[in-house]
Design a protein around this ligand. Structure first.
Ligand code: KG4
Ligand code: ZN
Length: 334
């Protein structure tokens, strides 16, 4: 079964064709990041405009690269929530028009479910149930995945997402947007023990996260040093920050794995591309006897392939939308 997946929830216009939910026949991503970088973050109005300009070509290119006519597609899957409302609307409107014109079923896909499904591409043998940590620019969620379309939220951030925290720490250290990968590069030549940073906890919850205190600690340390005319070693701060985030993510997720007696742990989302975080999870899972699954780097960030894969499972589950489908900016999974 061939599913066309369309994604436009943030600053990537993306489309892909999946075969039976596991194989990717094409994966086209038009990134707007160079333009948003000029402003230090995503400008929603610009994102919507660029999606409008790019979407038709991106979808056509994905069909072409898959060597597939629109008539051969079994369903059109599209991200409808959560994300920037104007950006989501472009993908949803385009997918509705395409599905109606081609008389194909329309399948609404939750963006976070898509990130999780990125692992089905990389690990053909992976099947639910499993525990999943989704870490991206907008989300930090610990999720129990009981089957392909049923999810239970066990823990979440109460304030900033981990990726957002990376981007804000990067900004105060003078790195460009999106800063996660620059922190990773700088951290390679830094000492992770140079700066002592806090690992804030949420009262009454072992699994929920709070990243705003860590972000503020980095900002205050840098500003205080500047005011005193002292030197901040950016590499050391990047390494200290990154290892603190890795420890927080691992501690909370492994606590959830113990609570749920999980044998399989999956990580997903843009931040799961971080090598130090991947290695921390590898070590912790090996010690705990848990099998770890991580997406290939190309499927960590936003892409159409993950939507085409989750779209396959949502389609099998009978999920359908009609022309009344609307985009939803904020919607929890499950
Ligand atoms: O999943 P994603 O592409 O978009 C959302 O759904 O939010 O995640 C983007 C986030 C950004 O905050 C970016 O800085 C972060 O993922 N990121 C990284 C790395 N690559 C991307 N964070 C840490 N290390 C990386 N190598
Ligand atoms: Zn995402």
């Amino acid at each position: 079964m061939k599913i066309l997946g369309i994604e436009s929830s943030c600053d990537e216009t993306a489309a892909a064709v999946s075969l039976d939910g596991r194989e990717i026949l094409s994966n086209v991503v038009a990134s707007q990041v160079d333009e948003h970088r000029l402003y230090g973050g995503v400008v929603p109005e610009i994102a919507s405009r660029r999606h409008v300009e790019n979407i038709s070509q991106v979808v056509n290119e994905s069909l072409k690269r898959a060597d597939c006519e629109l008539s051969e597609i079994d369903a059109v899957a599209v991200t409808y929530a959560p994300g920037l409302i104007g950006a989501l609307l472009v993908g949803v409107s385009f997918a509705k028009g395409l599905a109606m014109a081609a008389k194909k079923p329309l399948v609404p896909v939750h963006h976070i479910a898509g990130h999780i499904a990125a692992n089905y591409i990389t690990h053909r043998e992976l099947e639910p149930p499993f525990l999943c940590l989704v870490v991206s620019g907008g989300h930090t969620h610990i999720i129990s995945v009981s089957d392909y379309t049923h999810f239970q939220l066990l823990g979440r951030t109460r304030d900033d997402a981990a990726g957002e925290c990376f981007d804000k720490a990067a900004r105060v250290l003078g790195y460009e947007y999106p800063g996660g990968k620059y922190i990773e590069l700088a951290a390679r030549s830094g000492n992770p023990k140079a700066y002592a940073l806090p690992k804030p906890r949420v009262a009454g919850s072992e699994l929920d996260f709070s990243f705003s205190g860590l972000k503020t600690a980095v900002i205050n340390t840098v500003h205080n040093a500047e005011q005193k005319g002292e030197h901040i070693n950016r590499e050391d701060m990047a390494a200290s920050f990154q290892s603190t985030v890795a420890e927080i993510l691992v501690e909370h997720t492994l606590a959830a794995a113990r609570e749920e007696s999980s044998e399989k742990l999956v990580i997903a989302g843009g931040v799961s591309a971080n090598t130090a975080i991947r290695e921390s999870f590898e070590r912790a899972c090996e010690e705990s006897g848990i099998k770890l699954y991580m997406p290939k780097l190309e499927y960590c960030g936003d892409n159409g392939a993950m939507i085409a894969c989750q779209g396959y499972y949502d389609f099998l589950d009978g999920r359908r939308a009609d022309e009344s489908l609307n985009a939803v900016a904020s919607l929890s999974l499950g």
